[in-house]
Design a binder for this molecule. Sequence first.
Ligand code: UDP
Ligand code: MG
Length: 328
Amino acid sequence: MAGKTLYIVVPCYNEEEALPRTSEVMANKLRELVRGGKVSEDSRVLLVDDGSRDSTWTMIKSMCERSPVFSGIALSRNRGHQAALLAGLMTARGRADVTISLDADLQDDVGAMDAMMDAFLDGCDIVYGARSSRDSDNFLKRATATGYYRLLRALGCDIVFNHADYRLMSARALDALSQYGESDLFLRGIVPMIGFKTATVEYERAERAEGESKYTLRKMLKLASDGVLSLSLAPARLILGAGLVMLLFALGLLAAALAGRDDARQWRLIAASVWGAGGIVTLALGVVGEYAGRAYLESKRRPRYNISDFAGLSAPDLRARSGADDAR
Ligand code: UDP
Ligand code: MG
């Protein structure tokens, strides 16, 4: 069959207002890609209902009945954007040669899919969609988002600037992703760990087309803390560093007390013991944190490597392609 099978994966939570337009725009884009010979005719838009309380799932089901372009899955309850996205990607795994994930509110410009597919056909396994500007955000969101990306970078996380979850992934990138079994998922941090050849495509991010943001402040804070805590031991190391600084300060005070002969000597001795005791406790907490953190990272049982090519050996076929036949 001509072209690769593309699954466009869209997480939807209470998106009844956005879905009519979103589904039309995405189906048209898919048909355009099919006509252009870039993807095969069995490509689909896979809509994931993340336990919506409105008519999202009813709408998805009727769309699937009306047109073979659409497929849908429904989660048993609201599990959050990242979990819904992963559910969609893992459903596409074994059925698709390539997936593109994006939001249901048309903020991610579907026009960037052409460049993404070109990069894929050029041999890239992961293509990141990165927004070229943050004009559509208000000042607060812009400042916090930029600050957050900087923080993650400073903590040593390999993260693509201004990239949310608009992303192309090949079948083998999905196979690799499926091996990351952690439950506190932060895809933006994990996908760069996979490796393989990657590219970035810039796009202009629009305003939400219809309805309101489904990211409550609580969900946003959870995502932000998942990002830091699931990727880095930096908080524990910060405590360790603070303990060291306190100990050094205590040593300085002690030295000053021993050298001096004045009245302040006794005060310095007392201050030195207070800072010294505090420093030791803080340092010990940091050390315990480091061990606990390592145990935590180990418990995720992340894959230690992904093989990208074989030479003089046949590659094992990891993909259960048989799943493609019973897709519909
Ligand atoms: N979403 C989801 N589950 C949730 C919250 C959001 O699947 O619990 C989906 C939502 O339907 C949308 C995407 O995640 O497709 C991004 O959400 P939204 O556009 O509301 O976030 P924002 O752009 O405001 O950050
Ligand atoms: Mg949005």
